[in-house]
Design a protein around this ligand. Structure first.
Ligand code: NAD
Ligand code: TYD
Length: 342
């Protein structure tokens, strides 16, 4: 039976990936490693079969822990990171620690124990595009990160490349665009719009709202990762995008309209939108050219935005309790519940 170590399994994309993998490969064994920071939510991975899934609460910066748990794995799929730009602007230090040093410790463990490594990264390493730029990011676009978050991810990507070249580590990298879907922390744009609209709170839009992101449905991203680490060539990078560039203001208006129509609540209207001061160093536009992954691995983003956003809104409407726990910031009892026997 194949055995995978998944880091950051209790976060947004990691937890979606764990569920995806268990459904697709009923025979696999997973060791899920997560520090359970404010962003890690044990509810996201609750109820998984204990015979197949082991949960380890721990830090990827803890080399001794990695030395204990890494041996015997076929692959490491590395999601764990500090992931929110605004937090990185307010306090960059944890981003350097987890994203750079943590990746270094994982690479060292993977090298020592000859474990295949897949690194999840972001299109933000490429910096930004002008709104009218005809180009998109390809795998050969030079790195030009803007924020402490994107700089830390860029550094981690370069570490992976160095470990491939110098030590012959078997590794791949994927750089994806903005994901959306179930279980995303409401510090990020789409769940924040839903959460604030449902609570009748203002929805803050940074600057003029014309910044563009290339939205990718999380399940499509999980399928891409599965393909890359099973069939991708070691040493290669693959860009994963949604073919779906949209200005922020379009996203907000779409969600408001959907919620208004669905809930018949006149309190949910565009009057909730509040233009606020722009994010420092705010990237104008991200846009991915996913030609390589299409040609090499046959992947394309299957979920049109119109479908993905309905699935996403439905999930948040069906999981208001989940949202309430996150926004209350109190998950301690879940940690204790999940890990009491560990
Ligand atoms: P997230 O913030 O939802 O989850 C991150 C997870 O990592 C959490 O469960 C957290 O507890 C865990 N973690 C943080 N520090 C840790 C540490 N030191 N040791 C162990 N675990 C730790 O993030 P996400 O949105 O699921 O992103 C996952 C990965 O995908 C990240 O590497 C991120 O850079 C990348 N990415 C995300 C997006 C996006 O749109 N969400 C886009 C591009 C790339
Ligand atoms: P975010 O979800 O934080 O992802 P990223 O910074 O990785 O792109 O933000 C997406 C876009 O939405 C980005 O242009 C910033 C903007 N934004 C707002 O306008 N208001 C908000 O409250 C947030 C969180 C983001």
């Amino acid at each position: 039976m194949k055995k995978y170590l998944i880091t950051g399994c209790a976060g947004f994309i990691g937890s979606n990936f764990v569920h995806y993998m268990l459904k697709k490969y009923p025979e696999i064994l997973l060791v899920n490693l997560d520090k359970l920071t404010y962003a890690g939510n044990p509810q996201n991975i609750a109820g998984l079969p204990q015979s197949q899934v082991e949960l380890v609460q721990g830090d990827i910066c803890d080399a001794a822990l990695l030395e204990r748990i890494v041996p015997g794995h076929d692959s490491i799929v590395h999601f764990a990171a500090e992931s929110h730009n605004d937090n990185s602007i307010a306090n960059p230090e944890p981003f350097i620690t987890t994203n750079v040093e943590g990746t270094f410790h994982l690479l060292e463990a993977a090298r020592k124990h000859d474990v295949r490594f897949h690194h999840i990264s972001t299109d933000e390493v490429y910096g930004d595009l002008a709104l009218d730029d005809p180009c998109k990011f390809t795998e050969s676009t030079p790195y030009k990160p803007s924020s402490p978050y994107s700089a830390s991810k860029a550094a981690s990507d370069q570490l992976v490349r160095a470990w491939v070249r110098t030590y012959g580590l078997r590794a791949t990298i994927s750089n994806c665009s903005n994901n959306y879907g179930p279980k995303q922390h409401p510090e990020k744009l789409i769940p924040k719009i839903v959460s604030n609209a449902l609570a009748g709170k203002e929805i803050p839009i940074y600057g003029d709202g014309k910044n563009v992101r290339d939205w990718l449905y999380v399940l499509d991203h999980c399928k891409a990762i599965d393909l890359i680490f099973h069939r991708g060539r070691s040493g290669e990078t693959y860009n994963v995008g949604g073919h779906n560039e949209r200005p922020n203001i379009f996203i907000v208006k779409t969600i408001i309209e959907q919620l208004h129509d669905r809930l018949k609540d006149d309190g949910i209207s565009e009057e909730l939108i509040k233009h606020v001061a722009d994010r420092l160093g705010h990237d104008r536009r991200y846009g991915i050219d996913p030609t390589k992954i299409k040609n090499d691995l046959g992947w394309y983003p299957e979920t049109p935005f119109e479908k993905g956003i309905v699935l996403t809104i439905d999930w948040y409407l069906d999981h208001e309790e989940w949202m309430e726990h996150i926004t209350s910031g109190n998950y301690q009892k879940y940690y204790e519940e999940m890990y009491k026997n560990k």
